[in-house]
Ligand binder design. Structure first.
Ligand SMILES: Cc1cc2nc3c(=O)[nH]c(=O)nc-3n(C[C@H](O)[C@H](O)[C@H](O)COP(=O)(O)OP(=O)(O)OC[C@H]3O[C@@H](n4cnc5c(N)ncnc54)[C@H](O)[C@@H]3O)c2cc1C
Length: 436
């Protein structure tokens, strides 16, 4: 075991991604007074995409990251590029009606398309592979997948198909699954390489990127009588016509009302030793990534050097779970008993920012403050689009931004003290349904 999530350095956890992302560009600390059109807070996919799109449109942009580029969820995640949202599209339609759910589905397709285009346009070596499989853990989960497939077909989507128990084995060599929904429009990538590639593209477009530059306080525009919003860091301040908060689960106390609408939930990933191409493709023959239909789900994929990256579990504390690598490995062996002897080289974790309705929370606050959060574990593709639509809204075209901004969001009940215990209770109930 080379590392654990206790082993966090200033570059984030000692993850497989950190070890395989190649040389890292280091950006300076923000110091003194700066002025710009847009100040972006947070250097994950959302902030990097916002900054890149606005700089390309000719805006002067400052990006302030508290730690390092990709330090948050963007540099730690499962790398799965999934169409749609954390709630299936039928549920989105039940919540928001057919018209808005259709718009949201189309925006999610735009998000995966944008991700692919961005990788190509900026020459990012993100190791993209196509294919995502949603694998059914219980026989009755197939009913839900069939309904979802019908809904997708009804929306005119032609790249997904339902697989039965025999067919699913051509994609995942595990006896655990009763079938699945394969989406050729999904895929997977190396998230830290992608984040660093976005930062490099932003810097080339003129974004002034600062690391180790935590924003301690924000003052919305008009509050200070200048028409400029202000982001205050330890060693200076940035005045900007617009502020964009892209802090995800790591927002902390910067904006209490936004913070109350998301819950940080820990999720974890392990990397095996390299398995060799033949053995690795013996597990996932078409190199699609897989997530399962459980509430507390397993998600896994192959890396470019033929490791199995296996994610799952959840935790509601900020403490690393005891025996993480061993416990994750036990889960992996349930799915792939043929890996009983395999060594685990890395284990790490991070926080997803779940919203109450599990849909993204994108909007505008008084005083020219925009924000995007609440991707609920489905942010690899959607974050890029969220950044773009925020950029478009700042430029005066809020049509797509408004589709997101119209989604109603609520705070988690219970206030700061009780919201976590209440969420744990709700999760235990859903977890029970995974088991029965
Ligand atoms: C282990 C794990 C697995 C996941 N797997 C998947 C997956 O397979 N597919 C998928 O679609 N999604 C997945 N997700 C979710 C996905 O990673 C996120 O939705 C996405 O990365 C969010 O990007 P972001 O830019 O909004 O936030 P982040 O990447 O978390 O970035 C926020 C940044 O803001 C910075 N910040 C916070 N406060 C301040 C401040 N005051 N001043 C300056 N900077 C600040 C933080 O340091 C951080 O770098 C996973 C998440 C985790 C943790």
């Amino acid at each position: 075991m080379a590392s654990s999530i206790q082993n966090e350095s200033e570059f984030g956890p000692h993850s497989y991604y950190r070890d395989s992302a190649g040389p890292v560009a280091v950006y300076p600390r923000a110091a003194g007074q700066m002025e710009c059109d847009v100040c972006v807070v947070g250097g994950g996919f959302t902030g990097l995409s916002t900054a890149l799109h606005l700089a390309e449109a000719g805006y002067s942009v400052v990006l302030l990251e508290a730690e390092r580029i990709g330090w948050g969820a963007s540099g730690r995640n499962g790398g799965q590029v999934i169409n749609g949202y954390a709630k299936d599209i039928c549920e989105v339609a039940r919540q928001l009606g057919p018209e808005q759910s259709r718009c949201l589905w189309e925006l999610s397709l735009e998000a995966t398309q944008l991700l692919g285009d961005t990788i190509v346009r900026h020459g990012i070596d993100a190791e993209y592979q196509s294919g995502h499989l949603l694998a059914a853990v219980r026989p009755h989960h197939m009913t839900g997948l069939a309904v979802e497939q019908d809904a997708l077909a009804g929306l005119g989507y032609t790249r997904s198909r339902l697989l039965d128990r025999d067919q699913v084995k051509a994609h995942v060599r595990s006896s655990r699954y009763h079938g699945g929904l394969l989406d050729e429009g999904g895929g997977h990538l190396h998230p830290l390489k992608y984040a660093r590639g976005l930062a490099a593209a932003g810097a080339r477009a003129g974004v002034r990127i600062f690391e180790k530059s935590r924003v301690l306080k924000i003052h919305p525009a008009n509050g200070n009588g200048t028409g400029f919003a202000l982001a205050v860091t330890e060693q200076g301040a940035v005045s900007a016509r617009h502020l964009v908060l892209c802090c995800n689960a790591y927002l902390g106390a910067l904006e209490p009302e936004l913070r109350a609408r998301i819950m940080p939930v820990g999720t974890y990933v392990i990397a095996t030793e390299p398995l060799g191409g033949e053995r690795a493709l013996g597990l996932l023959p078409d190199n699609s990534c897989v997530s399962d239909t459980n509430f507390v789900l397993d998600y896994f994929r192959l890396s470019a050097d033929w490791r199995l990256l296996f994610g799952g579990r959840v935790s509601y504390t900020t403490l690393p779970p005891a025996g993480l690598a061993r416990r994750m490995r036990d889960r992996l062996v349930v799915v792939f008993p043929q890996l009983g002897e395999v060594a685990v080289t890395h284990a790490w974790g991070g926080f997803v920012d779940i919203s109450r309705n599990r849909l993204p929370d994108v909007g505008r606050r008084p005083g020219n403050v925009y924000y995007a959060q609440g991707f609920s574990g489905h942010g690899v593709a959607l974050t890029g689009l969220a950044g773009k639509v925020i950029g478009d809204a700042i430029r005066g075209d809020a049509e797509k931004f408004d589709v997101f901004a119209r989604i109603p969001h609520q705070s988690f009940p219970g206030g700061p003290l009780l919201r976590m215990p209440l969420l744990i209770l709700a999760t235990l109930y859903s977890r029970l349904q995974d088991i029965i």
